[in-house]
Every structure is written in C-alpha cells, then in structure tokens.
Design a protein around this ligand. Sequence first.
Ligand code: SF4
Length: 374
Amino acid sequence: MPDFLYIHIPFCARKCIYCDFLSFPYDRDLALGYIRALCTELTLRKEGSGPLRSVYIGGGTPTSLPEDAFEMLFNVLREQYAFSSDAEITVEANPGSVDASKFRLLADLGVNRISIGIQSFIDDELKTLQRIHSSAEAVRAVETAEKVGIRNISVDLMYGIPGQTASSFQRSLSTACSLAPVHISTYELTPEERTPLFSEIRSGKLLLPEEEEVIGMYACAIDYLTSRGFSHYEISNFAVPGYESRHNLNYWDRGEYLGAGAGAHSFRGGSRARNTSDMNRYIHDLERSILPEEDSAIVSPEEALEELIFLGLRKTQGIALSAAEALGTDLVRSSGELIEQGYLETDSRFIRLTDKGLVLSNMVIVRLMKELGL
Ligand code: SF4
C-alpha cells in the first residue's frame, strides 16, 4: 500500500509562456467545486494507502487556492488518512499568490515543506517567462515562509532563459543562497511544442542562449551550490544533506504512490494509472462517486527496465546493480563502451553518471537504452 500521496491542483492565475502542465485559469467557484470532487476522490482512495510518509501538493499553482479550500482539503486528509509522525508535507507555492496569512495557515495545517517556483531573481527574465511575480516578491515569499516557521524551503530556478547570461544566472544562484533555503532545484528551460514559447522561438522573436552557454550555466550551478554545502543528489536537485525531497526520491526509486486530482498518476501493485485531465469529467464522475481513472496498465519488464534507467540515472547515487539484476539485466556489461568513454562509472553496488556524463545525461541514457534494445 503506497505511503506516498500526490495531489494535483490544476489552477494558475495566468499561463506562463513555457508551460505545458495541466492548469486552468483560476476561478473561485470552479476551484471550490474541484476541491469538493478532490475530497471525494481522497475518501474513495483511502483504503489503498498506508500511513502517509509524504504528501506532495503540486500544480498548477496550489497557492492560488483560497484559504477555505486548503482547510477543506486538510480536514479530509486528516479524517481519512493516517500520517507517519515524521511525514513530509509539501506545498508548491508561487511568490505571486502567497502572503503571511496563507503561509501561516499552511503551517498550522501541518505543511512542513514549501517548494517555491521562483525561476529567476532577474525581473526582465521573469517578464520573458510571463511569470506573475517580481524578484522582490520572490525574496519576500522565502522570508515570509521562514518567518511563519517553515524551515524546509526549496527554491526552483531555471537556466537557458532567453536573454539570460552566465552572470545573470550566477546572480540568481547567489540571491537564492543568500536566503538560505535547504533545497534548490535548477531546471533547463526546454521549449515544449504547443507552447507560446516554442512559437516565439521558431518565429525568431525570442532567442535561446547558445547550447554551450547553457551547459556552462548548469556546470556553474553544480560548482557554486556544491561549494556552498549543497549535495548534488539528482541531475537537477541540490539539498543541504538531510533535506533531499522524500517525494521526489520515491519517484526516482520507482516507489509506489497514489495520485489524486485531474491528470494525476498513480503507481501501485506494478500498474500505472492516470486520472482524466478533463476537468468537467473529473468533477462529474466524482459527483457520482466514480473514480475518474482514464487508463491503467501493468508495467511490463521492458518498461520497468526503461524506467529504472531513466529515473535511476537521474540520482547521483545511480542505479543499484541489484535492481537491474532483479529485472534480468547486467547493466555493467551493457554499459561497457559508455564506461570506457567516461560517461558512466560503477562500483560494486551502483552504476552512475560521471561528471562528464551528467552534463550530457540525455545522450547517455539514449545510448544505454539502445544498447539494451529498449
Ligand atoms: S505557474 Fe507553473 S503550472 Fe502555472 S502556468 Fe506557470 S509554469 Fe505552468
């Protein structure tokens, strides 16, 4: 029975230019109707869960919800689910939709980890991304979360933003560190098809930094953050030791989890399932106490191996060789050439990306999959 729960809140004040996540423009009536449906789903799913070790409320922008919606949600969570005494309870926050009152309420409800989507501390870059917040609001959001007593704060930053330079990214990194969060994620901006960013790049209105510059920004994040005491525990994630994200580690370890909310995925008993992304159907099904699952499939041994590689290699600890052996694969043998070329390294228990492999991780993963015939 999974002891990890993910809850999706698909509302945002405004769509960011690069976003391809499931999110709808925030509307109070729709959001309250959604939360009522979500509460029904959580009640229907409670049988399948053990005492929760982690609850992760992501989005969208969970903090776009009004305070009464959070109260409704946590009332149902506390009534229907048991929590382990050290449960990690995370809420993703947008600096443009939080204030001291909302953070205080979240802390009172038991939220002990806040992941703040800042992306950049440079106002021009935030404007390019069409984020709703300014750099000053981002600083204030971190300080306010700290003031209400939430110590476990994560900050998301982005590199590869049009107009960003090595020195402006360095400024974002050092501003982030000056606020003393215990966790920092740095993601490369990738223009997904069907986003306005993709069209603007294709039409030449926006220009991404050169690939070499982007690789340099990633290398700079690794050097700077590790020199400041962060452990680089996953391709994009850095933590003060002991503050690695429990929710994310479970995902990369292929641990089981329950997902609730429109478009949310679950993984349990060797099957992956997905809820409908259609908001009307989601609410309508749950009004009739029907779980709004759209599809569900047993993960085949090949798919399990594929997941083990693309998720496991993300962790700097790497993949446990025993996990690959359990799927009938000798990863060291299949990785011979990649090890010789210095992209992968192995010891008696794990196989992992080297520093050289980390910056070219996509290429290494594709080559390894090919070698394994996946
Ligand atoms: S805040 Fe996040 S989920 Fe919402 S539109 Fe922006 S990137 Fe997408």
